[in-house]
Design a protein around this ligand. Structure first.
Ligand SMILES: *Cc1c(COP(=O)(O)O)cnc(C)c1O
Length: 259
C-alpha cells in the first residue's frame, strides 16, 4: 500500500524521465534498423494506462504517433488532448475491437491495427467516411481513407484477437471492397515468452505471410514488436513498433496485458 503523496511523487519522477527514455528507445530503433535507412521504422508510443501529462511530455519531444487499446480511454484522451489532435497527433487503435465501438474508433483513429474479421471491417467502413471523421472527430487532416492493419493470431491463442493465417486472404478481399478503408499491412502480438528471442519465429512468420499476400508493394507495414522485443521485430522487418513501458514506465492500472 502506498499513500497518495508517495504515489504522486513516483509519477512525477517518471514524467521527468520520459524525454530520456524516449530518446533511448529512438536510439535503439535507429541502431536496429541501421541497414534499412532512416525512417524505416515508425515508433508508436503506447499510452494506455498513462496520463495525458505523460502524452504531452512525449509530444514535447516530437512524438506524434500514440497507441491506445481501450475505446473509452481513447475517446477521453482525444477529448482532453484536442489541441494536439488538431496539431497532428495520430492515434493508433491497437486493441481488440468490438463492433459496437467502431464508430468512436473510426472518427478518432488514424490507423486501426486490430481488424480481424470481415464484419468488423465493414462496420468500421460504414462509420469511416472522411467527411464524418472531419466533422465529428476534430480530425481536420483525416485522410480520404482510414488506414487499417489486419491482425493475425500466429500463436493460435484463444484469448487473443487476430485472424488465423488462412483467413488473411479472404479478409484482405473483404477490406478491398470497403470504399472508406485502405489496408496498409499486417499486425501481430506473439505469445508471451521468457526471452525476446523466442518471439523471432512469430515475427518472421508474419513477414512470410505478408510475402505470400503481395509483399511489401501490397502490404507495406508490419506492426510488430513491443518494449521487450522491438529490436528483434525490427531485424525481422517491422515497420511499426508499439512501445509502452520502455518509454513511459509502468502503467498505472491493470490496463496491462496485450489482448
Ligand atoms: C500494451 C501493448 C503494447 C505495449 O506493450 P509494452 O510492453 O508496454 O511495450 C503493444 N501492443 C499492444 C497491442 C498492446 O496491448
Amino acid at each position: 500500500m502506498v499513500d497518495d503523496s508517495s504515489s504522486s511523487a513516483a509519477s512525477t519522477a517518471s514524467l521527468a524521465q520520459i524525454p530520456q527514455r524516449l530518446a533511448e528507445v529512438r536510439r535503439r530503433i535507429v541502431e536496429a534498423s541501421a541497414d534499412r535507412g532512416p525512417d524505416a521504422v515508425r515508433l508508436v508510443a503506447v499510452s494506455k494506462g498513462q496520463t495525458v501529462e505523460a502524452i504531452r511530455a512525449a509530444w514535447d519531444q516530437g512524438q506524434r504517433d500514440f497507441g491506445e487499446n481501450y475505446v473509452q480511454e481513447l475517446v477521453s484522451k482525444a477529448e482532453q488532448l484536442g489541441d494536439l489532435t488538431d496539431g497532428g497527433l495520430r492515434w493508433h487503435a491497437i486493441g481488440r475491437l468490438q463492433r459496437n465501438k467502431a464508430r468512436d474508433v473510426a472518427r478518432i483513429a488514424s490507423v486501426i491495427h486490430a481488424v480481424d474479421r470481415a464484419e468488423l471491417a465493414r462496420e468500421i467502413d460504414r462509420r469511416a467516411s472522411a467527411a464524418d471523421r472531419r466533422a465529428t472527430g476534430r480530425n481536420a487532416s483525416a485522410a480520404a481513407r482510414l488506414e487499417v492493419l489486419v491482425e493475425v493470431n500466429l500463436g493460435g491463442e484463444a484469448a487473443k484477437g487476430g485472424c488465423a493465417p488462412a483467413e488473411v486472404g479472404p479478409l484482405l478481399d473483404a477490406i478491398a471492397g470497403c470504399p472508406n478503408l485502405v489496408v496498409r499491412g499486417l499486425m501481430t502480438i506473439p505469445p508471451e515468452t521468457d526471452s525476446p528471442e523466442e518471439a523471432r519465429p512469430f515475427f518472421r512468420a508474419l513477414r512470410e505471410l505478408r510475402d505470400r499476400h503481395g509483399g511489401a508493394a501490397a502490404l507495406p507495414e508490419l506492426s510488430m514488436g513491443m518494449s521487450h522485443d522491438f529490436e528483434i521485430a525490427i531485424t525481422e522487418g517491422a515497420t511499426i513498433v508499439r512501445v509502452g513501458t520502455a518509454i513511459f514506465g509502468p502503467r498505472s492500472r491493470a490496463a496491462a496485458r496485450p489482448q
